[in-house]
Design a protein around this ligand. Structure first.
Ligand code: FMN
Length: 175
């Protein structure tokens, strides 16, 4: 699938078949993570790929925003301490979140282009997820991405019009 086709056709999946992911798919996710860019190439983020059934059950319990029973959940984590050491103040304050957003996009598109349903999830109890994953104090879970085979077509969405979102050369110039 071309990247542009993946971008145009990806939708969030919230209902999954009871099927595990093949190891090649996990490798694709690892590739998406490792090849994702970061400011100053700081690579300060951490990612936990969860496939263990008991761990998934616990994550679901503490993530009300997570719908369905995904085969895997990727937990995208920021590391304030490492961000400061490797990237400086801008990375610690802002870029660690920007970097995670880019990594999230890579993961979502790689998953979709391999026909794996996916949904970003921010609605979860931070401290509980931290405890479930055994994250050290300085590592914070920022976003979950659920992954699995969709068992129904994702719902469609309405997008804003181009002129509502994009200006050309100067703010407010729509053409
Ligand atoms: C940062 C972020 C957090 C999100 N958190 C949740 C969530 O907690 N629960 C959920 O069902 N969807 C969540 N979503 C999915 C959005 O609702 C979804 O991306 C949006 O409605 C657009 O639909 P689409 O992904 O199908 O294009 C989140 C998306 C983003 C980018």
């Amino acid at each position: 699938m071309k990247v542009i086709d993946a971008v145009k056709s990806r939708r969030s999946t919230r209902s999954f078949e009871q099927r595990t992911l093949p190891p090649e798919m996990i490798q694709e996710i690892e590739n998406a993570i490792l090849h994702s860019p970061s400011g100053s190439n700081a690579q300060e983020s951490h990612f936990v790929i969860v496939q263990d059934e008991q761990q998934l059950r616990l994550i679901k319990r503490f993530a009300p925003g997570l719908s369905g029973d995904p085969a895997a959940v990727v937990v995208l984590c920021s590391n304030a301490t490492e961000s400061l050491i490797r990237g400086g103040i801008d990375t610690a304050e802002v870029l660690r979140f920007v970097n995670l957003g880019i990594a999230a996009a890579y993961i979502l598109l790689i998953a979709h282009s391999n026909d794996i349903g996916n949904c970003p999830v921010r609605s979860f109890h931070r401290e509980s997820i931290k405890k479930v994953l055994g994250l050290p104090e300085e590592i914070e879970p920022e976003l979950l991405i659920s992954l699995g085979y969709a068992d129904m077509p994702p719902r469609s969405k309405t997008s804003k019009k181009v002129l509502e979102v994009i200006s050309y050369d100067q703010y407010g110039n729509n053409h």
